[in-house]
Design a protein around this ligand. Structure first.
Ligand SMILES: *Cc1c(COP(=O)(O)O)cnc(C)c1O
Length: 404
C-alpha cells in the first residue's frame, strides 16, 4: 500500500535537477487520499485539502482530480484553487484575523465561508442576513496536537469563537437572520489521540441544536503522520468507525443526517515529499561532527521552528559505516536540522534526503541570506516533471526599486 520513491530514483533526480530539490510523489498523495476517504465511507464525508501545506499549482490540480475540495486560509489561496479548477462550491475559506473585505471577496467568488470571530460575524449578518450561508469556526477548548506552536484549540488560542460565547453567537444569528449551515473546529496538528476529535465532535453536537439550518460539522484536521522511525499515525480507520457511529446515533436521536467534513493538509502531502540536499562540508569540532549541507532553515524551517524531527538518510553511501552527526545548514544563524543522527558515513558531495518534506516545506521557504529558493519536481506515473524552476539571482532583486 505504502508508495515511496527508491534511493536510486532520488539520486537520479538529484543528478538531473540539482540540489537542493523538493520532490513530490503524486501516487503517494492519491494513496493517502484513498486511505482517508475509505476510512470514512460509513458517513457522508467531504475532504478539503488544506493547501497551505503545499500550494504548487500542479499539486492543486492533481488533488482536484482526486475529487477533493480545498481549504484556503487567504484569498490568494482561493484564487489559486479556482485557477487549478476547483469550483467555488468545493472551496472552503477559513481565514483568521482578515479584513472584512477579504471575507466579502470570498463571498463574491461564491466560496464557502468559515467565520472565526464575533466582529466579522456581526458585520456579515448586518450586511447579508441569511442571504449567503456561512459556517462558524468554534473553539471547543480542547488541547490537541504536538508542539504548543501548532496547537490551536486551547484557551489562549486566537482561533475560532469560544464555545463559551454561544449566547453571543445566538444573539447575532437571531437578530440578523444569519443562515448557519455548518460548525467548524480545528484544534491543531499532529494529533495522535483520536479521542481529541471525538471530544470535539461531542462539543459540536452539543451546540448543533441552536442552528436549525445546519447541514455539516467540520472537524478540521491535525491527522498525524509518522516523522520518527517509531512514530505512530492517527488511526483514521478507528476514527472513521467511531465518527460513523456518532453520526448515526445523532441521526437516530435528532432526525438529521449531517455531513462530516475534514481539512487534511499534512496527511495528504507530508510523506509524498522528499527534500534532497548535498553535503558541502564535513566538519569535525571538539564536540561533534557536523555535516554542513547546501540548504538551511530558509528552505526547511520545521526543525528550527517547531523542533520537528525529519528522518534523514545518506543516499550516496548506503553501505557506509554508521556514524553520529549533527546536520546543519549554511545559514548564518543557528541552523540545525538534526542533532546526534546516525547516518551511514557522510562524505563531501554525498546526497542526503529529508523525509516527510511535502507539507510546510517549500511552502515556508524564504530567500533569507540572499539564498535562492529550491526547485520542485513532481513524479507522476514514473515520469519526473519540473514544476517550479530554481530561483535565479534576478529573483532576489525582483520588486526591489532602486532609487540610489
Ligand atoms: C493548517 C490547517 C489545516 C491543516 O492541518 P494539518 O495538520 O496540516 O492537516 C486544516 N484546517 C485549518 C483551518 C488549518 O489552518
Amino acid at each position: 500500500m505504502s508508495q515511496s520513491l527508491s534511493r536510486e530514483q532520488l539520486i537520479g533526480l538529484a543528478k538531473e535537477f540539482g540540489t537542493p530539490l523538493y520532490v513530490y510523489h503524486a501516487e503517494k498523495i492519491k494513496d493517502q487520499y484513498d486511505t482517508l476517504s475509505g476510512a470514512f465511507s460509513a458517513v457522508k464525508a467531504r475532504f478539503f485539502y488544506a493547501c497551505k501545506a503545499l500550494t504548487n499549482i500542479n499539486i492543486l490540480k492533481f488533488i482536484n482530480g482526486l475529487g477533493a475540495g480545498l481549504d484556503c486560509v487567504s484569498i490568494h489561496e482561493v484564487h489559486l484553487g479556482l485557477k487549478a479548477g476547483f469550483t467555488p462550491d468545493r472551496i472552503l475559506f477559513t481565514p483568521n484575523c482578515v479584513d472584512f473585505d477579504e471575507i466579502d471577496a470570498g463571498r463574491a467568488l461564491g466560496v464557502i465561508l468559515n467565520i472565526d470571530n464575533i466582529s466579522i460575524l456581526e458585520q456579515f449578518g448586518n450586511r447579508y442576513g441569511g442571504a449567503y450561508p456561512i459556517c462558524i469556526r468554534i473553539n471547543p477548548h480542547i488541547m490537541g496536537g504536538g508542539n504548543y506552536k501548532i496547537s490551536t484549540g486551547h484557551i489562549d488560542s486566537k482561533f475560532g469563537i469560544s464555545v463559551h460565547q454561544m449566547r453571543h453567537i445566538e444573539r447575532i444569528v437571531k437578530t440578523t437572520g444569519l443562515n448557519v449551515k455548518g460548525l467548524h473546529m480545528h484544534t491543531g496538528s499532529d494529533i495522535k489521540d483520536i479521542n481529541v476529535f471525538l471530544a470535539g465532535l461531542e462539543v459540536m453536537f452539543g451546540i448543533a441544536e441552536h442552528f436549525p439550518q445546519i447541514e455539516f460539522i467540520d472537524l478540521g484536521s491535525g491527522f498525524k503522520v509518522p516523522y520518527h522511525e517509531d512514530d505512530v499515525r492517527t488511526d483514521v480507520a478507528a476514527l472513521g468507525k467511531k465518527v460513523g457511529d456518532a453520526f448515526a446515533q445523532y441521526k437516530a436521536e435528532n432526525g438529521k443526517d449531517l455531513e462530516v467534513w475534514f481539512e487534511p493538509g499534512k496527511f495528504l502531502v507530508s510523506e509524498a515529499g522528499y527534500f534532497l540536499v548535498k553535503c558541502n562540508v564535513v566538519k569535525q569540532t571538539t564536540a561533534t561532527v557536523f555535516v554542513g549541507v547546501n540548504s538551511g532553515f530558509n528552505h526547511l524551517i520545521r526543525p528550527m521552528m517547531y523542533e520537528a524531527y525529519h528522518r534523514i538518510e545518506n543516499l550516496s553511501n548506503p553501505a557506509g559505516s554508521p556514524r553520529i552527526y549533527t546536520v546543519v545548514g549554511h545559514i548564518c544563524e543557528t541552523d540545525t536540522f538534526a542533532w546526534d543522527r546516525t547516518l551511514s558515513e557522510v562524505r563531501e558531495g554525498d546526497v542526503l534526503v529529508f523525509y516527510n518534506a511535502g507539507a510546510y516545506g517549500f511552502e515556508m521557504a524564504s530567500n533569507f541570506n540572499s539564498r535562492l529558493k529550491p526547485a520542485e519536481v513532481l513524479v507522476l506515473d514514473g515520469a519526473a516533471h519540473l514544476i517550479r524552476k530554481r530561483d535565479v539571482f534576478e529573483d532576489l532583486l525582483r520588486n526591489q526599486v532602486e532609487v540610489l
